[in-house]
Ligand binder design. Structure first.
Ligand SMILES: NC(=O)c1ccc[n+]([C@@H]2O[C@H](COP(=O)([O-])OP(=O)(O)OC[C@H]3O[C@@H](n4cnc5c(N)ncnc54)[C@H](O)[C@@H]3O)[C@@H](O)[C@H]2O)c1
Length: 310
């Protein structure tokens, strides 16, 4: 059943990997798609038009509608042109998937200012830039009586929601884009817009070339079901983008291998209280250690969530 007939979508970083699969499936479900991609290397250097152009060709040859856009999400004005590209070509915008991403893994003590700025620039500032222009458009349209059922889907990561050594830049940005989705959802509900975040797990160049330590476990085994194909991420995105998902919002989903995990973020694991006089620091420490020893604040790790995988 086509879920997105008549919808218009922008997907950033849609020239490769997860974004490409999302673009193909959104188009298959009837959405007209702006395939945005700068076409750079996984570290954010370089650029090429061919990844976005190739995905547009693929969509068109399957009978769908798509246009390519090569702007970088990192620049506020360029991000406006990405949103304008949808409205100019297809007359409106319903769906935005903030997917563009790069990696520059370093331990915190070795991380350069540029490694920090470039990763935060693409993931956090880039997601803000695109969301900022899209939400302004949806609010303006809503005020004019044109309800578009806007859908924002931010792309987070295990690194942000569970933590991963060597990725303080990336994980901090990815935690922030999950938080941003929850907050934008609260701000935009009155305009008929929902926001959610996904944390994908898939075999792409970010997991094969940029983080080779994870690649071996993700390889496709001859004759076996391909658990790690990025195609497993797209069905969730198509559904979240649809009108049917209007009551599912402000959520963070982990997705891959045929699984969708509905994640729960910061929540109270334990509480210690003292009334009438202030805590003595040592007394407080003793109480906190007692609570921690009960295991109530134990956090999941990436491996535990996967059930031992990756
Ligand atoms: N692969 C995984 O398992 C995994 C896990 C967690 C999160 N993610 C996230 O999923 C998203 C997609 O990653 P992927 O694994 O498909 O990697 P990928 O490298 O295959 O695709 C990312 C795309 O983003 C594009 N891009 C980079 N900077 C851009 C910019 N400034 N403007 C526009 N486009 C830009 C790249 O050219 C590339 O085509 C990223 O946000 C990534 O952090 C992936």
């Amino acid at each position: 059943m086509a879920l997105l007939t008549g919808k218009v979508a922008v997907i950033t970083g849609a020239g490769r990997g997860i974004g490409r699969e999302e673009a193909l499936l959104l188009a298959k479900h009837g959405a007209k798609v702006v395939v945005n991609d700068l076409g750079g290397h996984f570290d954010g250097t370089g650029q090429s038009r061919s990844p976005a152009e190739d995905v547009v060709k693929e969509i068109r040859s399957a009978g769908g509608e798509a246009v390519a856009n090569f702007e970088s999400v990192t620049d506020f004005k360029s991000a406006k042109r990405i949103i304008d590209c949808a409205v100019d070509n297809f007359g409106k915008l319903n769906i935005v998937v903030n997917n563009a991403g790069i990696l520059r893994d370093r331990m915190i003590f070795n991380m350069s200012e540029e490694d920090w700025d470039s990763v935060v620039g693409v993931h956090l500032k880039g997601s803000f830039n695109v969301a900022r222009h899209a939400t302004a458009y949806w609010r303006e349209q809503h005020k004019a009586g044109n309800v578009l059922n806007g859908r924002l889907i931010n792309t987070s990561s295990d690194s942000g929601i569970l933590g991963n050594a060597g990725q303080s830049n990336y994980g901090a940005a990815k935690a922030a884009v999950a938080a941003m989705a929850v907050i934008v959802d609260r701000e935009m509900s009155r305009y008929g817009v929902t926001a959610n975040a996904i944390a994908p797990v898939a075999r792409t160049r970010l997991t094969v070339d940029a983080t080779p330590q994870t690649a071996a476990g993700m390889a496709k085994k001859e004759g076996e079901w391909d658990a790690f194909t990025p195609a497993h991420v797209a069905p969730l995105v198509v559904w979240l983008a649809s009108d049917d998902a209007k009551d599912v919002h402000g959520e963070v989903f982990r997705v891959g291998l045929g699984n969708v995990w509905m994640m729960r973020g910061w929540h109270t694991g334990a509480k210690v209280s003292k009334k009438g006089s202030m805590w003595e620091p040592a007394e407080l420490g003793t109480k906190l250690k007692e609570e921690l020893a009960k295991g109530v604040t134990k956090k999941e790790s990436m491996g535990e969530v996967m059930g031992g995988g990756v």
